[in-house]
Design a protein around this ligand. Sequence first.
Ligand code: SF4
Length: 615
Amino acid sequence: MKKLSLTDEILLSVEKPARYVGSEYNMTEKNVEGVDIRFALCFPDVYEIGMSHLGLQILYNFLNLREDTYAERVFSPWVDLEKILREKNIPLFALDSQDDIKHFDFLGFTLQYEMSYTNILNVLELSHVPIYAKDRNESHPIVCAGGPCAYNPEPLADFIDFFYIGEGEESLNDILDMYKEHKKAGGSRETFLEKLLDFEGIYVPRFYDVAYKEDGTIQSFTPNNPKAKEKIKKRVVMDVNKLPYPEKPIVPSIQTIHDRVVLELFRGCIRGCRFCQAGMIYRPVREKDLGQLKEQAKTLIRNTGHDEISLVSLSSSDYTGLKDLAYYLIDELEEEGVNVSLPSLRIDDFSLDVMSKVQDVRKSSLTFAPEAGTQRLRDVINKGITEEDIIKGSSEAFNGGWNRVKLYFMLGLPTETMEDVDGIAKLGQDIVEEYYKMPKEKRHQKVQVILSTSFFVPKPFTPFQWSPQDSYDSFMEKQRSLNRKINKKNIKYNSHDAKLSTLEGVIARGDRRVGNLIFESFKQGSKFDSWSEHFNYSKWEKAYELAGIDPNFYTTRTREKDEIFPWDFIDTEVKKDFLYREFERAIECKITPNCRTGCANCGLKELGGGVCYEN
Ligand code: SF4
């Protein structure tokens, strides 16, 4: 039996000890003496969240296909264990081998949301690895990061040795080959980081300097090493069918957020919603082969024993083979008691038919994400969904036996007026009325309409990267006004405080100086900021003061067209001119067709594949 890092006494004293012991079904085991590279993959949140993340399973599988590399998992310890680790001076360890992370070659973080950044600093400190990159030496792991938030790496620039921009499968192998040779030859950490400058998609912050103007905006962002590239191009895998897929994913030994296997239908999104960062940075759409997906589905179920399979992609209903795949999965897997889960479908006859086959209609609810309450504002954000789609979809769903409808909206979208805010309440009421248009004998239960709002945070690499964010007071005023307007008889309203979104806005479009804010807040004790029970805004207020950061500079300020953004040196292939054009079209309420209806020339054609060359 493998020796555990924690004693039984410690494990029995913390909540959910299974979070820390590893040895789950399908975990990769390797002889640590027999590998050249040890890679700790960290999802900076608790086990149950990290284990539900497909990207982590993809990378874990991908790296472990190399015989010379052992990739292992690290998660943030929950606060009860953290206290013990600190008291007893026990360093944080990887789940798979239970070895201390401080002896690994690499510690790689996946950056999925900005509010996990204090957890990253916490993981470094708990691992006994210096928080600041400049303080690390040859005895420490090389700390790297990737994922969607790496597209604005600057707030973490002082803490991370290098960032990987884009899809890991494209060149991680080449980097590890180089590292292996470098290590064998006794090369130093510094020279390894310099050698990384030969690779596309790699950003090493120490080789770049930033200068600021008097008004606080960026004057210049310049390489300080002759080999450092002016622009860092994202890495994209064009033939996604050739990629290895984790067909034997680790089966968690405790319940996670999503207890199921997942099938990735495609990468990218054709839609072009103007608020959505993922829709822009993951372009272009590259679909996976239908036959391969059918095989993968069966293999995944066979290899894990899970009784649910979920189809994941940014907008699954855009998969061209969806009908075929959905009916195949229902026919093949339902008999074996496997549930097929189809998130984010557009409501039409097909999706209602599929959903009625895979869901218990009486218990489940239908979900729409109109995002905005009026057609005008939905056109501003280029959300290709009309009032008619929603009302007709709801009506069809009610006639099909559903009586619960959930709708998601954002408050604070660019150009929003109080009329748009009121439109959310009106849309909810229109849906309720649609239910009562049905004959009485078809109305078996009370209708339930659930409206949820979040607050809009402008993100880098979207047309709204130039937009001011609403102030905290404006967010809350809109929320209160909406709350008053909603008819609570048949409508439930889910809302929350805007402080977290305000802070997210600072970090999302933050520059290098925001690193001080994150550090100071961490020193005040901030962690698990995305958990409402742990988020403490007063610690961040103190940190603003200590770091000398004015949040309004990053949030409510209007940005000029030619302002140099902290993330401008990253080249996603989607041109800044295109984004600005889209920003202008948004203000003019002009919609832009999706990639399959008409190419808007965003710049991705240069990559030579995917949806850009479908016709
Ligand atoms: S080049 Fe055209 S088809 Fe390709 S991703 Fe951009 S808008 Fe879509």
